[in-house]
Design a protein around this ligand. Structure first.
Ligand code: PEP
Length: 238
């Protein structure tokens, strides 16, 4: 399976900035993405500018409604995302869980909507610092994986993102990430076609050591992905 690198822009970039980003990333990539898969998750407003007409990277949405359609002001449905050309959808990002109070039933419903629309979920999970210090990492990961209990199945991407590493400049060590990967592999052993990514303060400087030392299938990258050249370097492009 190809390694997967996902750029999560969060609430950054205008359409003009997205257009420039796509141009620079395209120049950096040349004719193909080679043996890696690249995905960019811009704000909804910049999908059109971020799309690659040559298909060298795919689009992801940073969020989706847990409802199919109807009177839900401000929400975007999975069907709308599919029509807008998305392939992946982030579900369960720690900012959605902690800042917007998204709980397991909502996340399970979002994953169901994503599947119905023929899209692929990138399900994010990870422990807080307190949960780690008190030795509850495994228990927390198990309860977060349990949200997938009713998932209809199909290819799945898991992004292990320890909350204490997101946007802090304190990436997990390769050994810590490898340990989390092993726990997740055990929890997901009944499933096929699963890729496990690491996310949390990945940069062009720490990427290679993290990738090799953790055995992860790629990264979900926030801050460092805002620079297209940095994103390409993290993905190992020449
Ligand atoms: C993220 O938001 O998913 C993330 C990993 O952010 P950062 O790379 O900035 O830590």
């Amino acid at each position: 399976m190809k390694r997967l690198f996902v750029a999560n822009w969060k609430m950054n970039s205008t359409r003009a900035q997205a257009r420039l980003y796509a141009r620079v990333l395209g120049e950096r990539m040349g004719v193909s993405s080679g043996d890696v898969e690249l995905v960019v998750a811009p704000p909804f407003t910049a999908f059109e500018e971020t799309r690659d007409p040559e298909g060298r990277w795919a689009l992801a949405a940073q969020n989706v409604s847990s409802h199919r359609e109807g009177p839900f002001t401000g929400e975007i449905s999975a069907k709308m995302l599919a029509e807008a050309g998305c392939r992946y959808v982030l579900v369960g990002h720690s900012e959605r869980r902690h800042l917007f109070g998204e709980h397991p039933p909502t996340l399970a419903a979002k994953i169901a909507r994503v599947r119905e629309a023929g899209l692929l979920p990138i399900y994010c999970l990870g422990e807080t610092e307190e949960e780690r210090i008190t030795g509850r990492e495994e228990q927390v990961l198990a309860s977060q994986v349990a949200t997938l209990e009713h998932d209809a199945g199909g290819p799945l991407v898991i992004a292990y993102e320890p909350v204490w590493a997101i946007g802090t400049g304190r990436a997990a060590t390769p050994a810590d990430a490898a340990q989390a990967r092993e726990i997740l592999q055990g929890l997901l052993s009944g499933r096929r076609d699963v890729r496990i990514l690491y996310g949390g303060s990945v940069t062009a400087v720490n990427a290679q050591a993290l990738l090799q030392g953790s055995g992860m299938d790629g990264f979900l990258i926030g801050g460092a992905s805002l620079d297209p050249s940095g994103f390409a370097s993290i993905a190992g492009l020449p």
